[in-house]
Design a protein around this ligand. Sequence first.
Ligand SMILES: Cc1ncc(COP(=O)(O)O)c(C=O)c1O
Length: 394
Amino acid sequence: MFEDLKAPEADKILRLMAMFAADPRPGKVDLGVGVYRDPQGQTPVMEAVRRAETIIAARQRTKSYVGLAGDPAFADALRRLILGDAVPAERVATCATPGGTGAVRQALEMVQRITPDATIWVPTPTWVNHHAIIDHLGQKSRAYRYYDAADGTLDREGMLADLAQARAGDIVLLHGCCHNPTGADLQPDDWRAVGDVLEQTGAIPFIDIAYLGFADGLEADAFGTRHLAERLSEVLIAASCSKNFGLYRERVGLCMAITSGPGPRAAAAGLMAHLNRQSYAFPPDHGARVVQVILDDRELRGMWEDELSLMRETMNTNRAAFAEALRAETGSDRFGFLAGQRGMFSLIGATPAQVETLREDHGIYVVGDGRLNVAGLTKDTIPGVARAVARVLG
Ligand SMILES: Cc1ncc(COP(=O)(O)O)c(C=O)c1O
């Protein structure tokens, strides 16, 4: 059975992680893998998470199964965090999933089941795994313009022109905030314009929100998702708690389907639970419980929000300092866009050959498309990385 098997090519980010681990140079810098790092270069367990885990350990009397859709208290807490009062709970079907990736897969499997002929409109560029999952499911997709690489900003005109070609029932994939890999986000006016196009075409938004709180704050970062939820009768949402709760390995995600009312909501919830049953039956519970305990406890929630603010400030401070160091190295504002972008990622505009030179000659690891994780920078590494980027990118 396995004699002639060719293993699928590993994801480029996972390949890079393996190369970094094998590199013996002490000064190597990892700007590839998508995890937050504090100013000491660590990815720590958040204090609010530690406390919640202590509470759970003391209270939990059983590890028995929970339910196919996970714990409703978790879903409710995360729904309120993301959607606020934008839409009544009676219209929202939810299902816990293993991470945000599980939620993306779940949402796209629902699309495949319900409307196999729908086209998924995907921004250029987007997170590599979006393409991988859509291709794996065999769903049709079309690219829409999103990023203007020349000046590091959103290509608003291109995006709106392309999305105007979507048909009723098509799915438009959007990043809720901290677009991966560009860091170029929609501003409130852009969200309104996207809402207009979606209303005109009848296409359905699918919002992947994996970095809530990493851009400008919990409320500001939820603006786009809430805006579309208020305006449209149907919205799909995939949420991740990997980054904003630092729960990467616990696999905490939530798939939400906003529907027109209680009947469709019940049907969507039933389909989600059914899809869970077919793949892994019960979603992981521990991390989801940690999130629920934090969100529902005033003190822990305050502590978590403070820690999240610190993480956001670290990234935004890194952005400003890196842009400034590059300004000094290049004598130009060529990389000034880095300061205005948001989240962990930005594209520095490097060719694959330049990415290789950064890695081989300078021990600096960025993803092959030039995606760099600003959270991987520290005060100590910024000058050297800026010097190398200026030299290699000319
Ligand atoms: C855009 C986007 N969506 C979803 C995810 C899913 O993350 P996880 O499955 O670790 O929760 C990520 C993580 O890198 C991401 O960048």
